[in-house]
Design a protein around this ligand. Structure first.
Ligand code: PLP
Length: 366
């Protein structure tokens, strides 16, 4: 599919924000990538165009039946001004897994990585460079057929938008308070829990609001059938340090397979720490905590990388983890992964891909 990517120049460019006001996902860059799918042509008309509203028929399937998948990754600026992506091949492989589950035609993974690199190179000036800051990349696909009959769309649109984002934590990591949700569930086996798709988030909002009203930061989900086994947190996977071992719920079809999760498991194994991917019941976890065996809890995801958990509440039981502070292992994982992402630590695992800024920009100018 050696198709080319066309470029349409914007009439004027936006003013870049000051680094203090970034936040998460509130500002968008000057350009976006767009590509269409039809049964006759497959994926076609790859183009980088000025960022702006898209026009869709009100009957488009995305509005009624939610046929959508998305991804989330980041471009990082190194001290020597290079630009790195972290394991984009993993994100694209997962996007195709999500496509498969949502009955969306697959993408050419290599081609979409190429599109991401080109777009990021064009938007180089938007990549913030202070510690912890990055350019968030959001590729997504929507069904666009104007048809109210329930069937898979015959036409789709793939878009990639970029948003400069601030450091998730300020100067130091601050542990979050988690509420174990025992009424609502996020996903069930056989459903779409392992796919990165809009509906999973729509289903999670009510519980998230409830947990915030109760004074918590995020929800810890239990399995959808027995409400006994731990699945994941909000938009992060979850890990528990029990004495000298680390446990994380095994992927079971209703848990999202995080790229950060996979990277943490690889690092822990490399460091000689025993990692168990297993069914973890909430009852057992709280028993371990009672016996002072639960040493650290942390979430993993692209946004925060590692998010230490300081406090857990399940029914009438509460646990304070690591005295409400960031544990040593959580800190070491955070420092290692962010070090590799920002080029401060040598990438011996081949996890990063450099965006060749000059080459990409020259290709566009031609
Ligand atoms: C994206 C996501 C994660 C984290 O995945 P990463 O690839 O590590 O960013 C975890 N859980 C859910 C529900 C997600 O959507």
């Amino acid at each position: 599919m050696g198709q080319s990517i066309t470029f349409k120049k914007a009439d004027h460019l936006k003013e870049k924000p000051g680094s203090a006001k970034l936040g998460f996902g509130k500002l968008f860059t000057d350009y976006m990538f767009e590509m269409d799918y039809s049964t006759e042509k497959g994926w076609h008309d790859a183009r980088i165009v000025p960022y702006g509203p898209i026009k869709l028929d009100p009957a488009a399937t995305i509005f009624h039946y939610g046929q959508e998948v998305f991804e989330g990754l980041k471009a990082y600026r190194t001290e020597d001004k290079r630009v790195l992506l972290f394991r984009p091949d993993k994100n694209m492989a997962r996007m195709n897994q999500s496509c498969d589950r949502l009955n969306i035609p697959k993408i050419d993974e290599k081609f979409v990585i190429k599109a991401i690199k080109k777009l990021v190179a064009i938007e180089e000036a938007w990549i913030p460079s202070e510690p912890g800051q990055s350019l968030y990349i959001r590729p997504f696909i929507i069904g666009t057929d104007a048809a109210l009959g329930v069937h898979p769309s015959a036409t789709y649109k793939l878009l990639i938008i970029l948003s400069p984002v601030g450091a998730y934590f300020g100067n130091s990591m601050s542990p979050v308070k988690i509420y174990v949700e025992d009424e609502f569930v996020r996903a069930v086996k056989g459903g779409v829990g392992y796919a990165k798709t809009a509906g999973n988030y729509a289903a999670s909002l009510k519980a998230q609001t409830k947990s915030e009203e109760l004074g918590f930061d995020q929800v810890l989900w239990l399995d959808g059938v027995e409400h006994k086994y731990i699945e994941e947190v909000g938009s992060m996977n979850i890990f528990f340090k029990i004495d000298d071992e680390v446990w994380t719920p095994a992927l079971n079809g209703s848990i999202l397979p995080g790229v950060t999760r996979a990277s943490v498991i690889e690092l822990l194994k490399k460091w000689g720490i025993k990692v168990k991917e297993k069914k973890v019941s909430v009852n057992k976890l709280f028993k371990k905590a009672e016996k002072q065996k639960l040493k650290e809890v942390f979430g993993t995801g692209t946004a925060a990388v590692i998010s230490p958990v300081g406090f857990l509440k399940w029914e009438d039981h509460v646990i304070k983890v690591a005295n409400g502070k960031t544990g040593k292992l959580s800190q070491k994982l955070y420092d290692t992964i962010t070090g590799i992402q920002s080029g401060k630590i040598e990438d011996k695992l081949g996890w990063t891909q450099e965006v060749k800024l000059q080459k990409e920009k020259e290709a566009v100018a031609k």
